[in-house]
Design a protein around this ligand. Sequence first.
Ligand code: GLP
Length: 241
Amino acid sequence: MKLLVERDYDSISKRAAALVAEQIANRPDLVVGLATGSTPLGLYRYLIEEVQQGRLSLAAVKTFNLDEYLGLAPDHPQSYRSFMEENLFSQIDVVPANTHIPNGQPDDIAEHCAAYERLIVETGGIDIQVLGIGRNGHIGFNEPGEAFGRPTHLVKLAESTRQANARFFSHLGEVPTHAITMGLKSIMNARRVLLLAAGADKSEAVYRAVCGDVSEDHPASVLQLHPDCIFLLDEAAAALL
Ligand code: GLP
């Protein structure tokens, strides 16, 4: 695990964009794992700037998002598909058919999860997976207690996660209770993992991920076992290290 600490959120966003852009420059058909939440927004803004100024192209890149809320149609304003369209895909040159996000309304959930996992493998596997971290140590939507060995699957969201994400909905009752997420095994299969965290309210989760026991009680701690994992933190998120 490599720890990189920058002064503030803007600096980690810029450095994350530089890391991702460098990998894409070296391999234009890179397979990139993407995340939602507020944390990667700065990274996405810098990637958009690079593309719009002609310094970077994602025309051959393939993307796989970590997760999607169960029950939300792709065009629901709070779906992660809508989030990605609005905050990244619509503003860059990625080919829409090359962007993959679990479907929140599949006919057969288990079959959809298995197909998503298969598609990642058939595409060559994820070269770099971008991650945020939940205050309880969740990554993707893998909540505390999730078995490390699981591929893409259905999860029940922790109440604390629903409350944290309620800010995007008009009230808590609208926040879905379940989601489809890449599992910890899917995330660990990525060749490189880039976890971004900013702000003092992530410092405890970061501390436990980096210095705590590797335990299913704190999902992000599994990343201690990853051979190429970078934690890119601002000073506030790194404060307890
Ligand atoms: C959600 C997402 C996670 C994300 C987490 C933290 O639950 N499923 O992928 O890391 O929120 O979000 P934020 O970056 O907004 O703090």
